[in-house]
Design a protein around this ligand. Structure first.
Ligand SMILES: Cc1cc2nc3c(=O)[nH]c(=O)nc-3n(C[C@H](O)[C@H](O)[C@H](O)COP(=O)(O)OP(=O)(O)OC[C@H]3O[C@@H](n4cnc5c(N)ncnc54)[C@H](O)[C@@H]3O)c2cc1C
Length: 372
């Protein structure tokens, strides 16, 4: 792809959500010469892969937000999509504005607790301020409790301990195994080793039982955290890294029949939403048996746009095939663990390839803008 195609009159592709999947789809539509609209509730793309570094390192956050308008001009429209009307082929924004589509690519992704996610209707500057404020909270705390030892929690604990080695950092996880269960066992074990080497204290096989009563992301001396095993942990700051859920609000009513129990959209092998040939789901909101990754969202976008082009020219559609798991965890800026196509990588290689810059260059390149 990349070359201009002959686009029939009346074709207008609407992309809902400008995350990793949405910007990849929009760029491909643009280079193929399509008339399209990219919709997002914010004014800027958030490279949330680097969100945790932005929470610990002063001045870093501004590199993680990239304005849409400078890349997509009038093809970008800011607004929250509240409803999809497949019969009339339009999306309805908060406030009632309607946008007509011939083809729709849904990339509404997933949401979760700050600082890993920031799906708030805020300006770029407000986003940067929220992260700089988080840096201040971490700096003010002598001890930090990270709740949840999945990929995000493991990275969060490592980021804090790397930037502030003198702080006490505790990671509590309900299971014994850390990081993503889709990673090979030796990579998960390595993640644990790196945390211990850095001095992170691990509380495994226990859950916080009074989380709803405690302040998150706000430093307050001597918070008393209780666990389901009857232990009490004292900390100054609690950061929650659990509870990622699919952002299904935009289509929950009209596409309910195509939704899985968790809100993701059921798709066929061509990434068409079940029951619709002109609606595609891309990224975290697609119901696929694979890890929810920015890397996958980009691959989905390529397939969805290719299939729109093929369907317009009567060519066979391309199936999406899930590959072996490739996942890299940044364990602070100086270390990392991970695997490529199911094969474990050396720590130094992950540190070099991901942890140093957290792949920021990739998003700035995708958005064709210069990193500040
Ligand atoms: C801390 C952290 C680190 C990660 N690190 C990695 C990594 O190293 N590598 C990797 O491959 N993956 C990583 N991931 C996973 C990755 O971030 C997600 O898989 C990826 O963001 C999914 O992209 P997406 O386009 O599907 O959705 P998202 O990135 O979630 O984007 C969805 C977009 O849709 C918009 N939106 C949602 N609803 C609406 C609506 N109703 N109207 C308008 N706009 C809407 C949102 O504002 C958002 O911009 C990480 C995740 C976290 C939390």
């Amino acid at each position: 792809m990349g070359a201009q195609v002959s686009v029939p009159d009346g074709v207008h592709v609407v992309v809902v959500g400008g995350g990793f999947g949405g910007i990849a789809a929009a760029q491909q539509l643009r280079s193929a010469g399509f008339d399209f609209t990219l919709l997002d509730l914010r004014d800027s793309f958030h490279h949330n892969v680097a969100a945790l570094r932005a929470s610990v390192q002063p001045g870093f956050a501004q590199r993680t937000f990239i304005p849409y308008v400078e890349t997509f001009g009038t093809s970008f429209l800011q607004g929250r999509v509240e409803r999809v009307d497949p019969e009339r082929q339009l999306v309805v924004l908060q406030g009632g504005r309607e946008v007509q589509y011939s083809h729709l690519i849904l990339c509404t992704g997933s949401d979760g607790p700050f600082p890993g996610k920031f799906n708030t209707e805020a300006s770029l500057q407000d986003g940067v301020t929220a992260y700089e404020d988080m840096v201040g909270q971490i700096q003010a705390a002598d001890s930090v409790l990270v709740v949840g030892g999945g990929a995000t929690g493991v990275e969060m604990a490592a980021e804090i301990k790397t930037e502030y080695p003198d702080k006490k950092v505790v990671l509590i996880h309900s299971r014994i195994g850390l990081a993503d269960p889709q990673l090979v066992q030796s990579v998960r074990q390595q993640a644990k080793e790196v945390l211990l080497e850095k001095g992170v204290e691990l509380v495994l096989g226990q859950k916080v039982s009074n989380l709803s009563e405690l302040p998150l992301n706000r430093t307050q001396k001597n918070l008393q955290v209780r666990t389901d095993k009857g232990e009490t942990l004292e900390t100054d700051l609690i950061i929650c890294c659990t509870g990622i859920r699919i952002n299904s609000g935009a289509y929950a009513s009209s596409l309910a029949g195509s939704m899985a129990a968790d809100g993701a959209l059921k798709v066929n092998q061509y990434l068409q939403v079940e029951g619709f040939s002109n609606i595609f789901a891309v990224g975290d909101c697609a119901d696929l048996r694979e890890a929810k990754l920015a890397y996958h969202a980009g691959l989905h976008a390529y397939i969805a746009v290719s299939n729109i082009i093929s369907s317009l020219s009567g060519k066979p559609l391309t199936p999406y095939r899930t590959g072996y798991v490739s996942m890299l965890l940044a364990m602070g800026r100086d270390d990392g663990v991970g695997q490529f196509n199911g094969v474990r990588l050396p720590r130094w290689l992950v540190a070099l390839g991901k942890s140093r810059d957290l792949l920021l260059w990739k998003s700035w390149r995708e958005m064709q803008q210069k990193q500040p």
